[in-house]
Ligand binder design. Structure first.
Ligand code: NAD
Length: 479
């Protein structure tokens, strides 16, 4: 059940469900009636969101773990809750500073002009979340939207129903619908949601659905932020400590069972060191994941569709001649359809006709490619859709700068998984196929803000029109 929301299609046109329309109208009316909220009101909304999450942390973690089937409670707490609250705390601490008008032309020649840029809320923001971090990826943008003075409606993923239903119920109990509302449901609800005349749409999900969101928003001229995915490359530089790099890449691939938008997808290793690298990766996996089936913390694929998609990618690669190395030391029978578990898997000898070479893997599978010269790496990355992040492992600064200076990716992380997300002040977002716009820290505040120029004068002559209307030729002397 999707919070009583049903949509219907007539001649291919989505007829909005009354619930969605009603919530949007309610929020917009309240937004316009109340005026732009003070810093105190904004912080209070963020505080209530944080309190809601903290007071119900155990239940939320239980819901997320149950949606996945098998997943670590500790890792869920760390990524979904602790990992969200740090960023939210930074945003909360800066609300007053970021919302201050910025004075322009201070001490300029036109002393009779007062000019400022006033950060202005947009109004009602719609947020659409994916299933892989169902809580983190909606509360972080919601807090940024609150900081910027907006009202928020969230549409959560149907793939994690326990989490979505629990969060929707918690929000309904603690927030007035005019401030924050959560709706749940699948593709139909998503389609109806994204065609509403919001003041901004913030979407996290796949590039394919991102295109639909952009198209649905276009008739209403709704500005859109897209946080998408893609195939993230990892480059192991020519003179790199292979064991150290292999360990970090192997473990980065396994976070959340490989179901992270910033997971390494394929790794490019100097040809002469590929075997050494492959051995180190599989040794790390065998050591850290001695059992898979019997381990209740080893992440499952979230549902049958994703399990079948990832196993089909492996099967297709194997059938077309790739070398598939499965790291399951105790002879467990894997993959296992019942638990949806796939052992850590390294695939090498990949050619472009294999699906795994084209599609974002989003599972516990790493592709190994080789190169002879760094120019091949740059060309390979640049010939493909721009990824969300590129990883670089190696100490050589010149090689690293050359790579960064000649490729286009959402972010770059060097020598560690996900480290580009660590500074609370670093903008996070994709470019090209991996998305448009950014958030985290000030970037999040700016995404949900209109920078409005407000300029006035008490000069005795018309500054802008006097030279453009009769009598022509009268150019005011400004000094
Ligand atoms: P998805 O695109 O399938 O779904 C995302 C959301 O869109 C869900 O709530 C879904 O119900 C909704 N939706 C589906 N079809 C829709 C439609 N036609 N119209 C409107 N809404 C629709 O993505 P997913 O499978 O939930 O998540 C995995 C993808 O998300 C991966 O590609 C991953 O890389 C990406 N991702 C990106 C980030 C990031 O921050 N850039 C973070 C997490 C995941």
């Amino acid at each position: 059940d999707s919070a009583g929301i049903a949509t219907s299609k007539v001649d291919g046109r989505v007829i909005h469900d009354e619930t969605l329309d009603r919530i949007l109208k309610l929020q917009r009316t309240a937004f316009l009636a109340d005026g732009f909220p003070s810093a105190g009101v904004r912080r209070n909304r963020i505080d209530r969101l944080v309190a809601l999450v903290l007071d119900n942390a155990d239940a939320l973690v239980d819901a997320i773990v149950s949606d996945f089937g098998s997943k670590s409670r500790a890792a869920t707490l760390a990524t979904e809750i602790v990992g969200s609250l740090e960023g939210i705390e930074h945003t909360r601490a800066n609300v007053e500073k970021w919302m201050k008008p910025e004075r322009l032309m201070r001490g300029g020649r036109l002393t009779g002009i007062r000019a400022e840029v006033v950060p202005t809320p947009l109004g009602v923001v719609g947020i659409i979340g994916p299933w892989n971090f169902p809580l983190h990826l909606v509360i972080l943008p919601a807090a940024a939207a609150f900081a910027a003075g907006n009202r928020v409606v969230i549409k959560m993923s149907e793939v994690t129903p326990a989490t979505s239903d629990l969060f929707a119920a918690l929000v309904a109990a603690r927030f007035d619908e005019s401030e924050l509302a959560v709706v749940t449901g699948g593709v139909e609800v998503g389609a109806a949601f994204s065609s509403l005349p919001f003041d901004h749409l913030f979407f996290t999900g796949s590039p394919g659905v991102g295109k639909r969101i952009l198209a649905a928003a276009a008739p209403n001229l709704v500005p859109v932020t897209l946080e998408l995915g893609g195939k993230n490359p990892v480059v192991v530089g020519p003179r790199t400590d292979i064991d150290r790099a292999a360990e970090r890449i192997a473990l980065g691939r396994m976070v959340n069972g490989g179901q992270v938008c910033i997971c390494p997808d394929y790794v490019m290793v100097p040809e002469s060191r590929a075997e050494e690298f492959a051995a180190a990766v599989t040794a790390t996996w065998r050591n850290r994941f001695p059992v898979v089936l019997a381990d209740p913390e080893y992440p499952s694929c979230v549902n049958d569709a994703n399990y079948e998609r990832v196993t089909a990618l492996i099967d297709d690669a194997r059938e077309k001649g790739a070398l598939v190395r499965v790291a399951s030391p105790h002879g467990e029978r894997l993959p296992d359809a019942r638990s949806r578990k796939i052992a850590p898997t390294l695939v090498s000898g990949v050619s472009d006709d294999m699906d795994i070479a084209q599609e974002e893997i989003f599972g516990p599978v790493l592709l190994l490619r080789t190169y002879r010269d760094l120019s091949e790496v740059v060309a390979y990355v640049n010939e493909r859709p721009s990824p969300l992040v590129a990883y670089w492992f190696g100490e050589d600064d010149d090689d690293f700068r050359r790579f960064v200076g000649s490729t286009r990716t959402g972010g770059v992380a060097r020598n560690e998984f996900g480290i580009h997300m660590l500074p609370a002040t670093a903008p996070f977002g994709g470019v090209g196929n991996s998305g448009m716009g950014a958030y985290h820290g000030r970037a999040g505040f700016d995404t949900f803000t209109h920078r409005r120029s407000v300029v006035g004068t008490d000069l005795p002559f018309m500054v802008t029109t006097s030279s453009a209307v009769p009598p022509f030729g009268v150019v005011p002397r400004l000094i």
